[in-house]
Ligand binder design. Structure first.
Ligand SMILES: [Fe+2]
Length: 346
């Protein structure tokens, strides 16, 4: 004779855990007229190279980037100092020039090769874009072959190829210094027009919009290398430096906090790009960011660009970053860019 359990079948049932529906996704943007893979194929641009800043306080600015920020000087030429990232073969990622006023001298991108430089310069010139320096040999660390032009806002942009890399090494565990320049964000009084400009001439692909406030554009598998923020005046919004992982990013953020540089916003994690962020006031109130874990887009045409809401829940998935009021207040009081439509002295 056997006995049978009469326990409720509800208790015996192997109840599967409920599936997770995933986070709510905001609306997708209609596919671009030109497939992203085609834009990528045509694009002369490979990566973002550096930002050049001018300052009244050369020594103090270099001390900041060389010291707490974690770059190192790789050379100087008179009143100009070049700073590189330990983990990057890029000869330098920040150039600082002594000047009588704060300004952004230029932003710089890498191109595929000399032919791409020449072709881009010719196309821009034939379309009436003002060329500031014709293609030629560059007299900077790493050399190379490049040219300069003014974009729609009058921002000076350099594009170069054949640049010789500098020595670089693996970052040590806990060293917590930037591995490379991650992205540059610019302010524009006509963001949609500037997005179209960089799509057309640079072959950049739109990755996402943050409402109508910021467009994120890519030139590689990184979700964004250039972002364009809608603003009353053209200028530099911020420059972002990539740390290796979230631990090192947190250690770097903590180093800043301990030395009296509390983040203006962060640590937090964005929705668009999925990167973590800590924004700080750098020298001359230029905003600099530590970031890591930026989303990768390995398949150009599989990516669906979206319009992300600028609500706190989306702006900071972690909910740890605070309101960011200090950052917005700093941007609000930053004077309009004074270097527009001016070729840099060097
Ligand atoms: Fe950023």
């Amino acid at each position: 004779m056997t006995t049978t359990s009469h326990r409720s079948s509800a208790l015996d049932a192997a109840v599967p855990p409920p599936p997770w529906p995933g986070p709510p996704l905001p609306p997708a943007i209609a596919p671009a007229a030109v497939p992203p893979s085609e834009l990528a194929r045509r694009s002369p641009i490979t990566h973002v190279r550096y930002v050049a800043l001018a300052t009244e306080d050369l020594a103090g600015t270099v001390a900041f980037y060389q010291g707490i920020w974690g770059l190192y000087p790789i050379g100087s030429d008179g009143d100009v100092v070049f700073l590189g990232a330990v983990g990057s073969p890029e000869p330098f990622v920040v150039r600082v020039r002594a000047a009588t006023e704060r300004r952004t001298d230029l932003i710089a991108f890498g191109a595929r090769d000399r032919a791409a430089v020449d072709e881009l310069a010719a196309v821009l010139a034939s379309d009436g874009v003002r060329i500031a320096a014709e293609p030629g040999t560059l007299a900077v660390p790493g050399g190379g072959y490049g040219f300069r032009f003014f974009d729609l806002d009058g921002r000076l942009v350099e594009v170069s190829a054949d640049v010789a890399g500098k020595p670089f090494r693996e970052i040590e565990p806990g060293e917590s210094v930037p591995r490379k320049l991650s992205h540059i964000v610019v302010n524009s009084p006509d963001a949609p027009a500037l997005v179209a400009f960089y799509e057309r001439y640079f072959g950049l692909r739109l990755s996402d919009w943050l409402e109508d406030r910021m467009a994120f554009m890519r030139c590689s598998a990184d979700h964004h290398s250039l972002a364009i923020a809608a603003a009353p005046h053209a200028g530099l919004n911020h420059v972002s430096f990539e740390l290796r992982d979230i631990d090192e990013y947190m250690r770097g953020t903590g180093r800043m906090v301990r030395q009296g540089h509390a983040p203006l916003w962060g640590p937090g994690r964005h929705s668009s790009g999925d990167n973590v962020y800590s924004y700080f006031a750098g020298p001359d109130n230029f905003v600099v960011e530590y970031t890591t874990a930026l989303e990768r887009i390995p398949d150009e045409d599989a990516w669906v660009p979206r319009v992300w809401p600028a609500t706190p829940e989306y702006a900071d998935r972690w909910g740890t970053g605070g309101p960011g009021e200090d950052l917005f207040a700093l941007w609000h009081r930053t004077p309009p860019e004074s270097g527009l439509w001016l070729p840099a002295p060097v």
